[in-house]
Design a protein. Structure first.
Length: 210
């Protein structure tokens, strides 16, 4: 098993302090690339730590960074750049990526975090290595033209028992370079219902990006 290093910290983004957790290959081992993990309304970066996703990513050679979104988790004091359900400026996640020195990352975006990730994904010149939407919100707020212009490889993930997942898929399937992982019998936080299937599907997708 590969050795890994863990760190917690804060970054300053658009005058707001955001908390993050990071797990990466141990010193002396170069990371393949970075994976930025976002979260849903009732979750936080701790979700990915407890589920083991940060550890599995680092053991596979990736730099895994999970942030607490503004107003949530340990970033509770931070003010969100948009109301819940409205699109945040694409510059917000761009500044997160810059502050963490992630390089072009893969972004994992469940539920609420769609309001942050979708504007980032569709921003002109956006530097994204890959995109993993997990039944995100705000998919209906992106135009067909903007979806069609995205060149980023995408893995669309949702649970078969999640109505929001199938609704968001109807919009996300307009992304030209997408694959789909439907977790049978899983609900909205499908990664919690079927963690082994989630981790295997995610790692397979990342491997194909190398």
């Amino acid at each position: 098993m590969s050795q890994v290093e863990h760190a917690d910290g804060t970054i300053q983004v658009q005058d707001q302090k955001l908390f993050f957790r990071e797990t990466r290959p141990a010193s002396g081992q170069a990371a393949r690339f970075s994976v930025l993990l976002l979260h849903g309304l009732h979750f936080s970066s701790e979700t990915w730590q407890k589920l083991g996703t940060l550890l599995k990513l680092a053991e596979a050679g990736y730099r895994a960074v999970a942030i607490d979104l503004p107003g949530l988790g340990h970033s509770k004091e931070a003010v969100a750049p948009a109301s819940i359900g409205e699109l945040a400026p694409g510059s917000f996640l761009m500044d997160v990526v810059d502050a963490l020195n992630l390089g072009p990352p893969v972004v994992i975006s469940p539920s609420l975090s769609g309001m942050y990730s979708l504007p980032f994904l569709t921003s002109p010149g956006s530097q994204l290595r890959g995109y993993v939407p997990v039944a995100p919100i705000c998919t209906d707020k992106i135009s067909a033209t903007d979806y069609a212009s995205v060149k980023t490889p995408t893995l669309i993930v949702y649970g078969s028992q999640d109505p929001m997942g199938s609704t968001s898929f109807e919009h996300l399937k307009q992304l030209p370079h997408h694959k789909v992982l439907v977790m049978e019998g899983a609900g909205h936080p499908c990664y919690l219902d079927k963690p082994e299937e989630w981790h295997q599907g995610l790692l397979n997708f990342l491997r194909d990006l190398a």
